[in-house]
Design a binder for this molecule. Structure first.
Ligand code: THU
Length: 139
């Protein structure tokens, strides 16, 4: 993916921090998920007083896409930090990595972890989920 596209995803993920609903942790996460058809689905984390129903930003983006019939993806950008301050990279949790395994090619899907449009890391899903379990294991 070219760097202009990456910057666009980073900007859109950062915009999501304003919508992040985090009265319990105040750890704000934003995501921007690029589908193969060019559509970008955004997401934020959404916490809950019962804690476990909390949904991560990445899964919000994936579930928005899948619920609209889009199931093929190229890349996701994730940003996050306490109070929405992006002082560290915010890697995806294990549950979100597993959701990525369901819909993404481990070798081709790019995961961008960003602190700003200039400061980001790029990983494949395979790098962050070695020997992951996916649909192929049930085939
Ligand atoms: N969180 C995400 O949104 N994505 C992740 O991959 C890791 C964690 C959220 C969940 C919760 O609202 C807050 O960060 C602290 O765990």
């Amino acid at each position: 993916m070219d760097s202009e596209k990456r910057k666009m995803l980073i900007k859109m993920a950062i915009e999501q921090l304003d919508f992040s609903y985090t009265p319990y942790s105040n750890f704000k996460v934003g995501a921007a998920l690029l589908a193969k058809n060019g559509t970008i689905f955004t997401g934020c984390n959404i916490e809950n007083a019962a804690y476990t129903p909390t949904n991560c930003a990445e899964r919000t983006a994936f579930f928005k896409a899948v619920s609209e019939g889009v199931t093929e993806f190229e890349a996701i950008c994730i940003v996050g930090g306490q109070d929405g301050v992006l002082s560290e990279f915010a890697p995806p949790c294990g549950v979100c990595r597993q959701v990525m395994m369901e819909f993404c090619d481990p070798e081709g899907f790019e995961i961008l972890l960003a602190k700003s449009t200039e400061d980001y890391l790029v990983y494949t899903l395979a790098a962050l989920m070695p020997m992951g379990f996916g649909p192929g294991n049930l085939a």
